[in-house]
Design a protein around this ligand. Sequence first.
Ligand SMILES: [Zn+2]
Ligand SMILES: [Zn+2]
Length: 350
Amino acid sequence: MKSWQVIEWGKSLELREYPDPEPKGKEVVVRITSSGICHSDLHIISGGFDLGDGNLARLEDRGVNTPYTPGHEILGTVVAVGPDADGVDVGDSRIVFPWIGCGECGVCQEEDDNLCVNPRFIGARVDGGYSDHVVVPDAKYLIPYDGVPEELACTYACSGITAWTALNRAGNLRESDYLLLIGLGGVGYNGLYLAPHVQKAKVIVADIDEGKREAAMAAGAVEAFDPTDKNALDNIMKATGGGVAGAIDFVGAPSTFQFGMSTLRKNGTLVIVGLFGGAQKVSIPMFPFMAMSVRGSYVGNLRDMNDMMKVIQAGGVPAIPIETRPLHDCNQALHELEHGKVTGRIILKP
Ligand SMILES: [Zn+2]
Ligand SMILES: [Zn+2]
């Protein structure tokens, strides 16, 4: 097995070779054929996430040690199954659902593996997809994708499910309501494309890039705003008749958080899903005055993944732009992503 690994946090990935994994118990070994590069891989490789005010959520403090293989948008072919594995056969091609919990805690009992306190997330806690093989603890985490190109299908394991779940957490919006999507990166685009399958509300977008605003209008947004325009808030208030019922912050920076909160109408909900990082002061009385909710959303659970893939497989959801690269080009691809030179998703091919 050849894996591109973090040897030292914050440094380029290095190639390491290991014996091919052998499945035990219910485990399944997948030979990887497509592996997406997610923006959060940059945080993971750097060793943690910026909590603001100089604080870092360190992976090492959560039991993740080097050498470590990142990558959590994985798709491949089953090449070996453990003696107790059930539900897949050697040769089956599947998406790997990576947001796997301990299986025992309260949230795992509720099947909210993605919120587990002691997770086994593939490519975020245990070794992931910048490799030619990955071990999956149970065949139930392998998702069919028939009819969807595999390079696109793998991106639904993070970019897609993250958008899907965030859309659901914006509340039960009505047809007359407005839903604001802030920031059209890979996840934001999936949010725009999946929104009509989750919410009845009219979708408006905010992005600093004119090209992305135009693309959003072409993809069905009813209006698009530049959040750096000093009249942006006024214009949104006018366009929506007093504010949006739901807003989703796909960036997660202090400026987008502030912007999102300011656009809400009374009883509105802001969902924060982006992990850009930082900290922000807020006015506490605005919560009761506005009766507003601010909530987070983190990837999604297996039930959501299966529900979403049924919608994707039924067709009618546009594809995000996809570009493929050989796995050994991963450092160059990460560098381009870090410097904002990537539109859509880069998929590594081992
Ligand atoms: Zn991701
Ligand atoms: Zn758990």
